[in-house]
Design a protein around this ligand. Structure first.
Ligand SMILES: N[C@@H](CCC(=O)N[C@@H](CS)C(=O)NCC(=O)O)C(=O)O
Length: 332
């Protein structure tokens, strides 16, 4: 893996100190067209770590749509070893091996697939179990594949997270959420100049203020039903107070300090597929103790923050009342 100066993201930092995320290497889509990845029950394994917001959203969608028996799940530990490059390890499994793929480190499967692979070995990634090869790590589109191309395997009465009639609006909003919120927190955390950090911070909180207003009138982003955009926003909001607020210096205020965003987050957290796939311990361990890209050297420190108090996530949110009131979508 490329690792100049022993900094795994050095190739993703621009001259002005801003973070410019690497592109995905394995992007073949799922589908029925020639060259597409065939949609087959039992053929693939989704590798994730509960810490990762990009992977978490695929795991939420997999559960919400009832694809758990269709695509299996391998879970890497939140504690990342440095070998000397930072890797993901299957140390939660017996013998430190993923039980199906029999690999210990994520880099093994990337390098087996492409011995010249130079990027970071990231999650989420879909592996073809038969071929033991990475087939897709397109974290941006993965949920859309599960929602659209994997439809034949959805459970009965599965929700429409990516309805045809709203697809363009959902995609437009997803771009904004990605640039300003999902990746926005990373742009704050990984910035290597004061200016780049402050610019990303301002963009992030300006967007959160707009979302706060928007969600004051709607239960979810598009009205009274959950869509792919809500899944994407949730994955960042649920990590915000626990990790980003301190680890990435996104500290103008916490999500609990926003009235509507906090209610919205509680609402989603209490929805099957969301809270039950959220592992705060893993998130804290990763962002505060482990090696994660962009992190400072922790100098052997091993004290996990005790807070914040998350018990409020289970409190009544009262947002059902907003479902009656649907107004025109106007956020971008
Ligand atoms: N594949 C994307 C996004 C996925 C991603 O960054 N996942 C993180 C975890 S949240 C990861 O696996 N990082 C491993 C590493 O950087 O070594 C990317 O390469 O930027």
């Amino acid at each position: 893996m490329k690792n100049p100066e022993n900094n795994p993201i050095s190739t993703e930092i621009k001259e002005d100190g801003s973070f410019n995320r690497q592109t995905n290497r394995f992007i073949t889509p799922f589908g029925n067209k020639e060259g597409d990845l065939p949609v087959e029950k039992g053929r693939y394994r989704l590798l994730w770590s509960a810490v990762c917001p990009w992977a978490h959203r695929s795991v939420i969608v997999r559960k919400v749509l009832g694809l758990e028996d269709v695509i299996s799940l391998g879970t890497a530990s939140p504690m990342r070893p440095k070998l000397p490059h930072v890797d993901w390890e299957f140390s939660l499994d017996d013998g430190n091996l993923d039980p199906i793929l029999k690999i210990r480190y994520m880099s093994e499967i990337y390098l087996k697939t492409d011995p010249t692979y130079q990027g970071r070995p990231t999650v989420p990634v879909i592996v073809d179990i038969k071929e033991k090869k990475v087939v897709n790590n397109d974290y941006f589109k993965l949920t859309n594949y599960l929602e659209n191309d994997w439809k034949p395997y959805h459970k009965d009465n599965a929700p429409e997270l990516y309805p045809e009639s709203l697809r363009q609006e959902i995609s437009n909003l997803n771009d904004v959420i990605f640039n300003e919120v999902n990746n926005g927190v990373y742009k704050c955390g990984f910035a290597q100049s004061q200016e780049a950090y402050e610019e990303a911070y301002d963009v992030l909180f300006t967007r959160l203020d707009k979302l706060e207003e928007h969600l004051g009138e709607r239960r979810f982003l598009f009205g009274d039903f959950i869509t792919d955009s809500d899944v994407r926003l949730y994955a960042t909001l649920i990590r915000f107070d626990v990790a980003y607020y301190s680890a990435f210096k996104t500290n103008r205020n916490r999500i609990v300090d926003f009235h509507h965003l906090w209610g919205y987050l509680r609402d989603l957290y209490q929805t099957p597929g969301f809270g039950d796939t959220t592992d705060f311990h893993a998130i804290k361990v990763h962002y505060h103790l482990s090696n994660h890209i962009g992190s400072n050297d922790h100098k052997g420190e091993n004290i996990l923050p005790k807070g914040p108090d998350l018990s409020g996530l289970l409190s009544d949110h009262g947002r059902q009342a907003l479902s009656k009131h649907k107004s025109k979508f106007l956020i971008i």
